[in-house]
Design a protein around this ligand. Structure first.
Ligand SMILES: Cc1cc2nc3c(=O)[nH]c(=O)nc-3n(C[C@H](O)[C@H](O)[C@H](O)COP(=O)(O)O)c2cc1C
Length: 194
């Protein structure tokens, strides 16, 4: 593969609407490749500032219960429709992953948290690009409930860990065109010292 082809893969990755995503998701071997790509993210200080968790099919209802609990905590009298919509969120995508940030504080390292977050972000990009190359669509989602203490506890995250996002993977009939991307000249300049 040459650089032009790689850029074409990167350029043609777009997020898929979850309601259009259907099975299958990546199989175990494909998932291993996707996670290998995450592990190749640049990681200043080898701090390993992220990990990936799969939410398997038989755990989706338990995840749905966490979403429901989150809505109940945020609203005094949620409607049954709101609760059902919350539960539904756990069914997003044939394969559902969680990207967890495992961040090291200033007491442990001089490497700032934002660098560790960038590392997790590049792992995320590596994963969706490999999924795209394998023919799977992806959708990255987050939300206030998923960042709540209810999720932190429910997902079994440690004190130094943070929910970063869900990654849903599956098939779509047609990829959405890319929107709102910047042109090279908008993001690139050459520094000239005064
Ligand atoms: C960490 C992270 C969390 C995100 N969470 C959401 C979300 O909860 N809802 C949403 O609509 N888009 C979310 N997005 C953005 C979309 O996944 C998507 O990247 C964006 O709409 C741009 O579309 P594109 O990927 O097709 O270029 C998130 C992106 C990132 C990187």
């Amino acid at each position: 593969m040459n650089a032009q082809q790689l850029v074409e893969i990167i350029r043609t990755r777009t997020s898929a609407p979850l309601r259009h995503m259907s099975p299958p998701g990546p199989n175990a071997d494909e998932l291993k490749l996707i996670v290998e790509a995450a592990a190749a993210a640049p990681d200043h200080g080898r701090l390993h500032p992220f990990r990936i968790m799969e939410i398997p099919a038989d755990a989706r209802n338990a995840l749905g219960a966490l979403f429901e609990e989150g809505v109940k905590a945020a609203h005094e009298a949620p409607t049954e429709e709101a609760l059902s919509r919350a539960r539904e969120k756990a069914q997003r995508g044939p394969v559902l992953l969680v990207l967890v940030g495992c961040f090291h504080g200033a007491d442990e390292t001089s490497i700032p948290k934002y660098e560790q977050m960038i590392s997790a972000g590049t792992a995320l990009q590596n994963m969706v690009l490999v999924a795209h190359t394998l023919g799977y669509a992806s959708r990255i989602t987050s939300g206030t409930t998923a960042r709540s203490a209810i999720f932190h506890k429910g997902l079994g995250l440690s004190e130094n860990e943070e929910f970063l996002c869900f990654i849903s993977l599956g098939k779509v009939d047609e990829a959405r065109p890319a929107k709102g991307r910047q042109e090279v000249q908008e993001i690139f300049s050459v520094w000239s010292p005064e």
